[in-house]
Design a protein around this ligand. Structure first.
Ligand SMILES: Cc1ncc(COP(=O)(O)O)c(C=O)c1O
Length: 314
């Protein structure tokens, strides 16, 4: 954990260079190569894609003279954990609007994520699952804005235009580390990470692996972020008959868990079950089904989220 605001500030203003680790995997063809971009190493809590997605938002909050950050998430949300930590580090207050009002009076049932967020000073406001569905609704947002006028609002998952543009730092690093890469494969929740990577690398292929069922509803928003005419990206939910989502958001299968374990052991790293385990399972399946061209140089994006290893996350 970073100890002082200054230290974190330094880290958030210049993305730390994270390793590009070679991947050794049986399914790779003779002329194919793969690496994993270890952004799980960029920060203990503001980790992986969260580091990038929050970066410009924190600057914007500071420039607007806001007293705090207000955001939305589930009880196991990586984004809630990251936002609470970042706010504390930057001397900002923080409010988390949390899905599930059954938790309001039951602190003993709180996830480690919520306990940790509260310890970092985040005020937790629990709302019913029904109310939470309105998290993008302009009317509810306007009401919240009038309740918390000096707070900077960040959408669920930290996904907005500033988050998308900050993902270009990841592409810049990869370009330096491996200039002739051809494919970048990342996990998808809202699609902002996929959008940012695709936008920053128009001459490469960016493939997003859906961690939820029926993820096609994300496509219009992803297109709005990337630009309607850019076609260097795909949102993949399955290959042949093999689905990547493991039964839905927060669910998994024995096959996904076995692939996760094997990849973790081989590469001496950790994945989490909601996003990156499914990414690796998809990579393995796509290789088995010969979906990558023969000479591909493939980068897997480790988007962090390791605080969610013991539970579920979003
Ligand atoms: C560890 C991790 N990887 C990937 C994602 C997906 O990112 P996005 O919502 O930008 O698609 C998330 C989203 O919260 C995440 O926590």
């Amino acid at each position: 954990m970073y100890q002082t605001p200054l230290e974190t500030n330094k880290v958030l203003t210049k993305p730390p260079l994270t390793p590009l680790q070679p991947v050794y995997w049986a399914g790779l063809g003779t002329y194919q190569q793969a690496w994993i971009k270890r952004d799980d190493l960029n920060h203990p809590v503001i980790q992986g894609n969260k580091w990038h997605k929050l970066r410009f938002n924190i600057v914007a909050a500071q420039q607007a003279g806001c007293a705090g950050l207000l955001t939305f998430g589930g009880a196991y949300s990586n984004h809630i954990a990251a936002t609470a930590t970042a706010a504390l580090a930057f001397n900002l207050k923080s409010i988390g609007i949390i899905r599930g009002d059954e938790l309001a009076n039951q602190q003993q049932a709180w996830s480690p994520t919520l306990n940790q967020a509260e310890l970092q000073g985040m005020a937790l406001h629990f709302v019913s699952r029904q109310q939470y569905r309105y998290r993008h609704d302009p009317e509810w947002l306007a009401q919240l804005h009038s309740q918390y006028p000096d707070y900077y609002f960040i959408p669920e998952g930290g996904s907005n235009d500033l988050a998308v543009s900050a993902m270009s730092d990841v592409v810049q690093q990869i370009n330096q580390q491996c200039p002739d890469w051809t494919h970048l494969v990342c996990a998808v929740g809202t699609g902002a990470t996929l959008a940012g990577l695709a936008k920053a690398a128009p001459d490469k292929q960016i493939w997003g692996i859906a961690s939820l069922k029926q993820a096609e509803y994300l496509i219009p928003q992803i297109k709005a972020w990337i630009g309607q005419h850019q076609t260097n990206w795909r949102l993949l939910s399955q290959a042949g008959k093999v689905a990547f989502h493991g039964g839905g958001y927060g669910k998994t299968t024995l096959e996904i868990m076995a692939t996760q374990q094997s990849f973790e052991q081989t590469h001496k790293l950790q994945l989490e079950p909601i996003y990156t385990a499914k990414l690796i399972y998809a990579f393995d399946t796509l290789l088995q089904q010969a979906c990558f061209p023969e000479q591909s140089r493939i980068i897997l994006y480790h988007s962090g989220g390791l605080q969610g290893r013991t539970s579920g996350s979003n």
